[in-house]
Design a protein around this ligand. Structure first.
Ligand code: DX5
Ligand code: ZN
Length: 222
């Protein structure tokens, strides 16, 4: 079943609670939270204090996408703040297996993220440990970028691998998910759809979330 994960990166941070509530009314079922440190990616966003406030503002699961170095150091703080899903980049983790274990030990759902240039086969051995795989369909750091088309092949490859290995991890896609791309993304096999600009960019998150989710469901024949 497809789900829409509004990414607050493109929301109005002065009105975060209202923005999240509107995206939820529009059908968002998980809130995607982009954490950037200015080192792994060329942008800085937010950390555990904001996650803690979001935890009070919504009952939806919080999907924290860590685009940071030294993720291990911050995992306990995200757990305390109320994060539910935590994803870490293959490219940022020196000991990915240990980091995924650490996330699970803190009671959160672990996930691994692949940059556009990182091949799916590299994470094959850790797939049994993850709740989902996040395919970046733009280079991480900013909202509103153009969807990279070969991400569709990576989604299809993950669907194959999941079948081959008999696993149940979910497939998430992040970057450039919008009206003109969502049908192809869903048809390739992604089921967790992150959208920032397409939900919050025009200042009407409820309507825009609803329309995007409707297009996704139609493509999935749901
Ligand atoms: C980019 C972030 C995304 C971002 C996607 O580094 O990981 O979550 O919000 O933005 P859009 O949907 O605008 O491409
Ligand atoms: Zn993200």
């Amino acid at each position: 079943m497809v789900e829409l994960l509004p990414s607050i990166l493109s929301a109005d941070f002065a009105h975060l609670e209202d923005q999240v509530a509107a995206a939820e009314r529009g059908g968002g079922t998980v809130i995607h939270v982009d954490v950037m440190d200015g080192h792994f990616v060329p942008n800085i966003t937010l950390g555990p204090p904001v996650v803690k406030c979001l935890r009070r503002a919504t009952s939806l699961p919080l999907d924290c996408h860590l685009m940071i170095e030294n993720a291990d150091e911050y995992i306990p703080a995200f757990a305390d703040a109320g994060a539910n899903w935590v994803s870490v980049h293959y490219e940022a983790c020196r000991h990915l297996h240990r980091t995924l274990e650490l996330i699970a030990q803190h009671g959160m759902q672990p996930a691994v993220v692949l940059n556009p240039a990182t091949r799916v086969n590299l994470i094959r051995d850790v797939l049994p440990m993850v709740h989902h795989v996040l395919v970046m369909s733009v280079n991480p750091g900013f909202g509103g970028q153009r969807f990279i088309e070969f991400s569709l092949d990576k989604i299809r490859r993950l669907v194959e691998l999941r079948h081959e290995l008999g696993l149940a991890f979910r497939i998430e896609v992040d970057g450039g998910v919008a009206h003109d791309t969502v049908a192809r993304i869903v048809q390739a096999g992604a089921e967790l759809l992150v959208a920032g600009n397409a939900v919050f960019g025009a200042g009407q998150p409820e309507q825009d979330a609803r329309a995007l989710l409707a297009a996704a469901r139609k493509a999935a024949n749901e």
